[in-house]
Design a protein around this ligand. Structure first.
Ligand code: GLN
Length: 485
């Protein structure tokens, strides 16, 4: 079942060669076999999913039209609101929160008859790079279960990599789709800011957050993104009047003559694991064989993005998380005598360490007296970075680089040292600051058999070019990873 692309699977379902129930039963069995070892999900809805699959089969039997994702099981990161279904953000603060509405992306996939099979684990409020900051559980990497799946969308990435679902949704503020995709040996896309609606995504850094797809293959990824995109009245940052592209249409048209740039700063980065460097250099050769022109160039501002990213994202997080006052919803302390204590104690008792760290950092950066020194300066850097990328894309169709400077780490190895964690985001955070799209896909394999991701970055709204290059590279590399689970 998992050898078919989702396009093929939907065709087979529509032609009644295979039923939605059969597909669902296959994936439920996968989950039963593997979830105990991987712990990708915070909530499973297998019974409801099977029920929906049955209904869909009846609809097909009656000859009614079904959607482009008919019968496809999908996992959703637990920071996207699902009507009537718990949405926790892996936080004690929202442990019992049941949203009264669906996120726009949820509506879109359900209108196309996808079936949500569960909500996946993440770093609390999407803050982190290993999924170890979840208040509820630790997720393991299906390729090597002693290692983290990456984060913050580690649950969604592990669910796809472990063949427990064919596709999943994640969110990316500074790498949270791309880095776990890289660690788990799958494909993940962070679309251009404003391409996909954020309505119903619990906000972390509102000017950086984007929802995007995880999949085993480039084609499946493009297929799902086709469905997610579009203007939304409920999110004023979605782009109005944008012509809807079909990311599948010319995906296999090859990359002859395309101009690809690789920033020297990416390759010369001090902390870059030599095995990752080697894999990227090898990919460059492969891209040349495929007919692309690849050359090195300099993009110096990318070296300095880390501090501005952590200032801007934490500033926005501190503001966004101020809404959790435990008055209307969320965790409420038993220990209070007045409103002030109610708010203070509820927040102290329910937010985890990393979330508190970001709130303090963000509040500090925004406080009068420091605002100009930190927040304003970071915004100025962001403007410069954006224009540097714009300039670079006058010359190059695509910019490539690593996704992470490190291989998937062992559970517990890095989490205790937040600065080391932040440093490992060096290749992903600039992309969100610049608002451009980027895809992470398998680009190589380490000696131990661990996946190494390569990042393909495009100018705003050129996702189709990224997919084209990714598709050609995927076919040529034909990488397979052995999975422990
Ligand atoms: N690791 C980054 C952070 O902790 C990115 C997280 C994300 O993209 N949600 O902020």
């Amino acid at each position: 079942m998992n050898d078919y692309s989702i396009k093929e699977l939907v065709n087979k379902i529509q032609n009644k060669e295979v039923s939605c129930v059969e597909v669902m039963e296959f994936y439920i069995k996968q989950i039963e076999d593997k979830e105990k070892k991987i712990d990708a999900f915070l909530l499973l809805q297998t019974r409801e999913a099977l029920e929906k699959a049955k209904k869909l089969d009846e609809k097909i039997a009656r000859g009614e039209k079904v959607g482009k994702l008919a019968g496809i099981p999908i996992a959703v990161k637990d920071n996207m609101c699902t009507k009537g279904v718990k949405t926790t953000c892996a936080s004690k603060m929202l442990e019992d929160f049941i949203p009264p509405y669906d996120a726009t992306v949820i509506k879109k996939i359900e209108e196309e008859d996808a079936i949500i099979i569960g909500k996946t684990n993440l770093d609390e409020f999407a803050m982190g790079s290993s999924t170890e900051n979840s208040a509820f559980k630790i997720t393991r990497n299906p390729i090597d279960i002693s290692r983290v799946p990456g984060g913050s969308s580690g649950g969604s990435a592990a669910a796809v990599s472990g063949h427990m679902v064919p596709v999943a949704l994640g969110s990316d503020t500074g790498g949270s789709i791309r880095q776990p995709a890289s660690f788990c040996g799958i494909v993940g896309m962070k679309p251009t800011y404003g391409l996909v609606s954020r309505f119903g995504l619990v906000a972390f850094g509102s000017s950086l957050d984007q929802i995007g797809p995880f999949s085993m293959t480039v084609e499946d990824n493009a297929y799902l993104l086709n469905i997610l995109v579009g203007e939304d009245d409920m999110d004023s940052t979605t782009i109005k009047g944008l012509e809807q592209k079909d990311y599948i249409e010319n995906i296999d048209s090859g990359i002859k003559g395309m101009k690809i740039g690789i920033p020297v700063e990416f390759i010369e980065e001090e902390g870059l694991d030599p095995q990752i460097k080697e894999a990227i250099l090898n990919d460059i050769e492969v891209l040349r064989e495929l007919g692309a022109e690849v050359e090195e160039f300099s993009l110096p501002s990318t070296k300095d993005g880390l501090a501005p990213y952590y200032i801007i994202s934490s500033a926005e997080a501190s503001s966004n998380l101020a809404r959790f006052d435990s008055i209307r919803y969320g965790y409420r302390t038993k220990n209070y005598n007045n409103v002030e204590e109610l708010v203070e104690n509820s927040r102290s008792e329910s937010f985890g360490k990393e979330v508190k760290r970001r709130i303090m950092l963000g509040t500090y950066a925004l406080s009068s007296g420091y605002y100009d020194a930190y927040y304003n300066k970071a915004q100025k850097f962001r403007a410069k970075l954006k224009s540097d990328f714009k300039e670079a894309f006058k010359k190059y169709d695509i910019i490539i680089g690593p996704v992470s400077p490190i291989l998937p780490c062992k559970i517990g190895e890095r989490c205790e040292d937040p600065t080391a964690m932040y440093l490992a985001d060096i290749y992903t955070i600039n992309i969100n600051l610049a608002t451009v799209p980027a895809l992470s896909m398998p680009g190589g394999k380490s000696k131990e058999g661990l996946p190494i991701g390569i990042q393909l970055i495009g100018d705003i709204f050129t996702e189709e070019k990224i997919y084209k290059v990714a598709y050609a590279l995927e076919k040529k590399l034909n990488l397979k990873f052995e999975r422990e689970v």
